[in-house]
Design a protein around this ligand. Structure first.
Ligand code: B4P
Length: 191
């Protein structure tokens, strides 16, 4: 089964994807992680990606789709968790095409619902915790970038909610609950 974790920045997509990897042996494909890796490459593409991410904007469909295409061509027995992808209608169409080309299907699209104030608090808190622990702080984890990331989400990503609802894949989970309760609700959806 291949699933998508959809939701605004800081909704807990990465957190829940890691749990699904541990519990179900699925393969996590996080475009955020792939892009953070690409930005350290020192290439022209990496530098472009870094500038866009730090500004809180979405990286171009062309770059993101290329990264995903490379990862899914070998398939995954336990299925893929698409974490933070797709984020635009163009990416959603490309994913349909890539899955059908690989003889695969899309199962649930799980929307994690969290209000804006909580999202900003979570992300600012993550930055504070990392700084206190002497760990690297994500350059886009500050209030100013988060507000731009939220605007990008409402403008470019939220149309995917209607898109997947119309296809019958959409399932909604209350992302305001504890991490354990969110995980339990996702398990119910996937049961
Ligand atoms: P991502 O890496 O995907 O990050 P995210 O949306 O900010 O976070 P996520 O929802 O995974 O939240 P997390 O679990 O970490 O994207 C970063 C950037 O990459 C984007 O802004 C964009 O520039 C670029 N990008 C990525 N994919 C792209 C694409 N497809 N197209 C174009 N550009 C793309 O949780 C956040 C915090 O909340 C953590 O501290 C966590 O511990 C906490 N938390 C989680 N669940 C909680 C809960 N239930 N209760 C309390 N706290 C919780």
């Amino acid at each position: 089964m291949n699933i998508i974790l959809l939701g605004p920045p800081g909704a807990g997509k990465g957190t829940q994807a890691q749990r699904l990897v541990e519990e179900r042996g699925m393969v996590q494909l996080s475009t955020g992680d792939m892009l953070r890796e690409a930005r350290t490459s020192g290439t022209e593409m990496g530098n472009k990606v870094a500038a866009i991410m730090d500004a809180g904007q979405l990286v171009t469909d062309e770059i993101v789709i290329g990264l995903i295409e490379e990862k899914i061509q070998h398939g995954s027995a336990g299925g893929f968790i698409f974490d933070g992808f797709p984020r635009t209608l163009g990416q959603a169409d490309a994913l349909n095409e890539l899955l059908s080309r690989n003889g695969a299907e899309l199962g649930a699209v799980i929307l994690l619902e969290v209000d804006d104030d909580t999202l900003v608090k979570r992300i600012v808190n993550r930055a504070a915790e990392a700084a206190a622990a002497g760990k690297p702080v994500r350059a886009d984890d500050n209030e100013e970038s988060v507000k731009i990331r939220l605007m990008e989400y409402y403008k470019k990503t939220s149309p995917l909610i209607g898109y997947y609802y119309a296809k019958g894949n959409l399932k909604t989970v209350d992302g305001l609950q504890s991490m354990d309760q969110v995980a339990a609700d996702i398990e119910k959806v996937l049961a």
